[in-house]
Ligand binder design. Structure first.
Ligand SMILES: [Zn+2]
Ligand SMILES: [Zn+2]
Length: 120
């Protein structure tokens, strides 16, 4: 299945009672499919309002990762065991993970202008 947002390859993820979650390896858009229905595609949201924050405690500091899909962080790690906060991940915060920031800024550039701001 192709990503409706950028045309990238969608990867199948978690099966849930509501259907199957898919995520795009290029722009990290997610989609939910239910048998017999068209995919439920995401609205575009600004970079600082798109992902849940996962907090990783390190020796002397904390690092905020973006939870982009299921238990996967933007930097490609498993977020299992990290605490999810109820605020969005902010790329400009100085606690933001450097690699998440780089990966997600690149991903963000793949969202075509034409679908930015479409209603959710
Ligand atoms: Zn995509
Ligand atoms: Zn990260």
């Amino acid at each position: 299945m192709r990503c409706d947002v950028c045309g990238g390859e969608l990867r199948a993820g978690d099966e849930t009672p509501w259907g199957t979650w898919w995520s795009c390896g290029t722009c990290f858009a997610t989609a939910l499919t239910r048998p017999g229905e068209p995919p439920d595609l995401p609205p575009f949201r600004p970079l600082g309002d798109r992902w849940t924050t996962l907090v990783e405690e390190q020796a002397a500091s904390v690092v905020w990762h973006a939870l982009v899909f299921s238990t996967l962080t933007g930097c490609g790690r498993s977020g299992a065991g990290m605490a999810a906060e109820n605020f969005s991940w902010k790329p400009d915060d100085n606690r933001a993970c450097e690699r998440c920031r780089r990966v997600l800024r690149t991903a963000d550039a793949h969202w075509p202008r034409g679908v930015r701001g479409r209603p959710g």
